[in-house]
Ligand binder design. Structure first.
Ligand code: URA
Length: 254
């Protein structure tokens, strides 16, 4: 990517004064990657504390781990489209399976579809999606190169936070997507995504800038701000840029 184009992306990110030296690879100072990290790696496919899921009246988390194991992309997509495992199935327009390159090295995981995503059936198509695209381009990735999914496949009414039981029921779909994709790196965007994937209540601020590991395959997972948050709080875009550079470094080291 040439420098002028890269500067356009920084402008889109609100980082007009950022100066890039050399190539994309050289733009990040080489340094030791601090591999794991915060607590222990989550168990295969684990996402929410079982107790929280149980409180919501759903099956314990462990009981539904690997529920979708063995499904190929086509089968998985069909299962998601027909899913009635939680009450969000009665309020959605359609499920939002995820989109992108099935050979992607990067898996981006957001929270849940919003109104526009519910309408179009594709994640991150609204304003937050535009910013996400700019963030990806800033580290040399086209939207078409990555795979983008959410913790939830259905929109929570009024864009409320996902309930623990909803996330517990839905995460096996994401876990099977990860098993099929075998990404080199996962980027959790936003607190809800990070906390559900890492089974923690630790704040996003404390989860950033570390290499976490997800699931049996111990996929490296990096956490950054949600683009919708960055639209509301542009002063944190610079920290998001640090996270993206960090994630790119981690990916290059895998
Ligand atoms: N926010 C998310 O977390 N995911 C989407 O798909 C859209 C907005």
């Amino acid at each position: 990517m040439n420098n002028a184009l890269r500067q356009e992306y920084f402008a889109a990110l609100g980082l007009e004064s950022w100066v890039i030296r050399g190539t994309a690879a050289a733009a990040v100072e080489p340094r030791e990657i601090p591999v794991p990290v915060v607590g222990s790696a989550p168990a295969a496919g684990s996402a929410l504390p079982a107790a929280r899921a149980t409180r919501q009246g759903t099956a314990p988390r462990e009981a539904i781990v690997a529920r979708e194991a063995g499904a190929d992309w086509r089968e998985l997509r069909a299962r998601v489209a027909a899913c009635t495992r939680c009450s969000l199935s009665s309020t959605r327009t359609q499920t939002v399976f995820g989109v992108g390159n099935l050979q992607a090295e990067w898996l981006i995981v957001g929270e849940a579809p919003g109104a526009e995503e519910d309408r179009q059936g594709e994640p991150f198509v609204g304003r937050a999606g535009q910013l996400l695209n700019s963030m990806l381009r800033a580290i040399g990735l086209a939207r078409e190169q990555v795979f983008i999914a959410n913790v939830l496949k259905c929109r929570p009414p009024g864009n409320r936070d996902p309930a623990a039981g909803e996330a517990a029921e839905c995460l096996p779909y994401l876990e099977q997507q990860i098993a099929l994709l075998q990404p080199k790196i996962m980027l959790a965007v936003g607190r809800i995504s990070a906390q559900n994937l890492l089974r923690t209540d630790v704040t996003l601020g404390r989860l950033r800038q570390q290499v976490h590991r997800f699931g049996a395959a111990q996929v490296p997972l990096v956490v950054t701000y949600h683009p919708a948050y960055l639209l509301r709080t542009p002063t944190d875009k610079r920290k998001a840029w640090d996270d993206l550079k960090f994630a790119r470094e981690v990916c290059a080291s895998v």
